[in-house]
Design a binder for this molecule. Structure first.
Ligand SMILES: NC(=O)c1ccc[n+]([C@@H]2O[C@H](COP(=O)([O-])OP(=O)(O)OC[C@H]3O[C@@H](n4cnc5c(N)ncnc54)[C@H](OP(=O)(O)O)[C@@H]3O)[C@@H](O)[C@H]2O)c1
Length: 288
């Protein structure tokens, strides 16, 4: 339990909600110490109804009320948001960004008034909803060890954490930040395949979910290389090698590697856009 501190989210969207739900389910903080600001009052009402979190009267009000401020708005508007609240960001407040691509330097420079600013940049993912997130954490240039520990505690309440150099956070975004969506697509495809082969949807879903969960848990708990685990279930001239051959022919490995690369590049671009206020889509990355 985080005692004696109040935590606020600027932006009450999907990721803020995932974190709020995870933090409350883990009993890490009481709802009376959780604040949210968002331009849509109906969104604030719904978060209050669902989780009893406190709506703030605006971003500046939220900063005034919070010891820890989580920046949970889209990367493109981070700079404007920081400019609006910078007068309230004293050196005692811990600023945690979860925004894809936005460099720590932009946050520190925008908040700078000559005093120390405690900034941490992170990349969580949506399994925070069920306390199974993985969050990569990079320290700002002026953050204290105590504040880094607090940041770890916040994200450990909703899953696991790893420390990374800031330069690696775009790759983290491409892998684990966007990763749940890749896995959901794979789950849907496997379930569809089961249905195509004659299984009922509910049986296909149950088989798919437990297979993916079980395989991930086996890989995690055994510590064995995935290739070794694959070899263990692949008998000569058996069924699995036929399935694997088809996956290789379809370019599954390359497709997944391309997906992570595309998402990483998009994350980098979002960081640049945070400086430029540019709203171009991800297709333009190919031209660069
Ligand atoms: N979703 C993920 O899986 C994931 C994972 C890791 C990190 N992230 C990062 O988390 C951040 C939020 O992503 P998200 O998916 O939660 O996006 P989202 O659902 O769009 O949430 C952003 C929220 O911020 C609100 N907002 C807009 N302008 C604001 C302002 N000036 N002040 C305060 N709030 C404002 C938005 O309201 P409107 O909808 O009315 O504009 C929306 O409710 C992003 O930076 C993203 O890179 C997301």
């Amino acid at each position: 339990m985080l005692k004696g501190k109040r935590l606020g989210f600027i932006g009450g969207g999907n990721m803020a909600e995932a974190m709020i739900k995870g933090l409350l389910s883990a009993a890490f903080i009481e709802a009376k110490n959780l604040f949210v600001s968002d331009p849509r009052s109906e969104r604030l009402d719904s978060l209050h109804r669902e989780y009893r979190v406190k709506p703030a009267a605006g971003n500046r009000d939220l900063v005034d009320k919070s010891d820890i401020v989580i920046l949970a708005v889209k990367p493109q508007i981070i700079k404007d948001v920081l400019l609006d609240v910078r007068d309230g960001v004293t050196g005692e407040k811990l600023i945690i960004s979860i925004a894809a691509g936005v460099p720590i330097k932009i946050i520190e420079d925008t908040l700078s008034d000559g005093g120390r600013k405690s900034v941490v940049r992170t990349m969580p993912n949506t399994p925070a909803l069920v306390q199974q997130a993985i969050t990569a954490i990079a320290a700002g240039t002026q953050v204290s060890k105590t504040d880094m520990k607090i940041a770890h505690r916040v994200f450990e309440a909703i899953g696991k954490t790893v420390d990374v150099e800031e330069a690696h956070l775009d790759a983290v975004t491409g892998l684990s930040g966007s990763g749940p969506a890749y896995v959901f697509l794979i789950l849907e495809a496997l379930s569809d395949a089961g249905v195509k082969m004659g299984l009922s949807r509910s049986v296909a879903n149950a088989l798919t979910l437990q297979t993916v969960l079980g395989a991930a848990k086996l890989a995690q708990e055994s510590g064995k290389h995935p290739g070794e685990l694959k070899d263990m279930v692949t008998s000569p001239a058996g069924t699995t090698i036929c399935g694997l051959h088809t996956l290789e022919a379809g370019g599954l490995r390359t497709t997944l590697m391309n997906a992570v690369e595309a998402s990483t590049l998009r994350s980098k671009r979002l960081g640049e856009m945070a400086l430029e206020n540019d709203n171009a889509g991800c297709a333009e990355k190919k031209k660069r």
